[in-house]
Design a protein around this ligand. Structure first.
Ligand code: AMP
Length: 449
């Protein structure tokens, strides 16, 4: 075999696998994210991972780092420029219009969970493929909806068991008041711009708000004393900001006014917010953020439509959970079956199927050399109830059901097994949720799970 072929292969830089030790936790926080979103009427939207490059160039802004430096862009076989999505807000707005949701009752509330791609320098908390949980409320300008999204994201972080998270809040105005603010920023930075980094020199012309965002030591000192956007807000923007602040106060949601919070993407207007974790360092401390983007729809060529949303970085939330020692309690499979006779495996398959249908998670110990070895294996796996199908049981169409906690067992008729397991363990827990049952072709019945 040629040498190049024998080299072992690994995931691409900045991309990683999620193995079962992690997926249990991921699945749990995903479930809670979706449940919180659904409770507030944010329904699932799934958009393509690949979009026309222009969607991001126009929507996110072609002077942003995300579009300028970090996109995975290629030409497909038809000569179209496509990009892996670096974020999902522009896609959600496109889908809202493409799918005719602008004709539905407003606002339309959407949520998503999925991978995003940015070609950035990989480090802890910064990856080239990372996951975001986000929501978008499209078609409503009221400040109460800003607060709804803030409350939702904050509640999710709480449900993830995180503490020491601060909510940073700002308003960057709109196209009426922002031009004056941009000029004030240019006036402030002009005397220093030649000593600032190349990115900042470019931002000075294209997007001076981003001068407040730079984390380089050559630039940060000049941010001190820079004009604050909230001092430049026009009356409607100031009223909106005041309403958001008052409502957060009334709901006992603490926040810090942060005049430097401009967010990296172009489409934000008025409210911007981020959640910062005390346990993550430097630029990686933002667990997520969001804000209002009343101008985005128009930039994409649609009718002007107010909207607000957030995107939380799932990888970073998990990292913060690990740093804070938040763990998911292990959830062992509680019911185990041991086929311990010639021909008992088929019976075990059938019995396990019936128990699973009734809502139990069931493991089967296949291949044990003896009943004793099988029992040991089941015990190690956390069994609370063990079902034994040995020669005597096969012969008499019975099953031995052992209560591992009490250390007692009963041999019951095959037909009475389910009742006996219920007696030993109580009813299936929420996590032993039954599979959905098909009621008719194409329809899934809702279950309590
Ligand atoms: P943004 O809208 O760019 O502020 O992204 C929202 C959130 O996504 C950030 O606060 C991070 O938690 C997360 N995020 C953004 N970029 C990355 C990345 N390269 N790797 C991991 N998480 C990221």
């Amino acid at each position: 075999m040629p040498k190049s072929r024998s080299r072992t292969l690994h995931a691409a830089p900045g991309m990683h696998d999620l193995l079962p030790a992690e997926t249990a936790l991921w699945e749990r926080i995903e479930r809670s994210a979706r449940a919180l979103a659904e409770q507030r009427g944010y329904r699932l939207v799934v958009t393509p991972l690949l979009e026309p490059t222009e969607l991001f160039a126009r929507g996110v802004g072609d002077t942003t780092d995300v579009v300028e430096k970090e996109m995975y862009t290629f030409e497909d076989k038809g000569g179209r420029s496509l990009s892996l999505r670096p974020e999902a807000t522009a896609s959600a707005v496109r889908a809202y219009f493409d799918g005719g949701l602008h004709q539905a009752p407003q606002p339309v509330r959407l949520h998503y969970w999925g991978p995003m791609f940015r070609y950035d320098r990989p480090q802890a908390g910064r990856y080239r493929q990372f996951f975001q949980f986000g929501v978008e409320a499209i078609g409503e300008a009221a400040p109460e909806v800003d607060v709804e999204t803030i409350e939702l994201s904050r509640t999710w972080l709480e449900r993830c068991g995180l503490t020491g998270v601060s909510l940073q809040l700002n308003s960057i105005g709109d196209e009426v008041c922002r031009p004056r603010y941009r000029e004030a920023l240019r006036d402030h930075f002009r005397p220093h711009i030649e000593t600032m980094c190349a990115d900042c020199r470019r931002r000075f012309d294209t997007n001076p708000l981003r001068l407040l965002d730079c984390r380089k030591s050559s630039c940060e000192p000049y941010q001190q004393g820079a004009p604050r956007s909230i001092d430049f807000l026009c009356e409607p923007c100031a009223g909106h900001h005041q309403a958001v602040r008052e409502e957060l106060d009334a709901l006992d949601i603490p926040f810090q006014d942060n005049p430097r919070l401009v967010r990296g993407l172009d489409y934000y207007t008025r409210t911007t917010f981020e959640f910062w974790a005390a346990d993550l360092e430097g630029a990686q401390n933002a667990l997520g953020g969001g804000g209002r983007y009343d101008g985005l729809a128009e930039v994409l060529g649609y009718n002007a439509t107010p909207a607000v949303g957030f995107a939380m970085g799932v990888d970073r939330v998990v990292l913060a959970m690990q740093r804070q020692g938040v763990k998911l309690a292990p959830r062992p499979t509680r019911v185990w079956l041991i086929p311990a006779a010639e021909g008992a495996a088929v019976e075990a398959h059938k019995l396990a199927g019936e128990l699973r249908q009734a809502g139990w998670e069931v493991g089967v110990v296949f291949g044990a050399v003896s009943l004793k070895a099988g029992m040991r294996q089941a015990q190690k796996s956390g069994a609370q109830c063990v079902l034994i199908v040995g020669p005597a049981e096969l012969e008499s169409a019975t099953v031995t059901v052992r209560d591992m906690t009490a250390g007692s067992q009963r041999q019951v008729a095959r037909a009475a097994v389910l009742d006996e397991v219920d007696r030993v363990l109580g009813f299936p827990e929420e996590d032993d949720a039954p599979n959905p049952t098909w009621t008719k072709a194409g329809a899934i019945a809702e279950t309590d799970g």
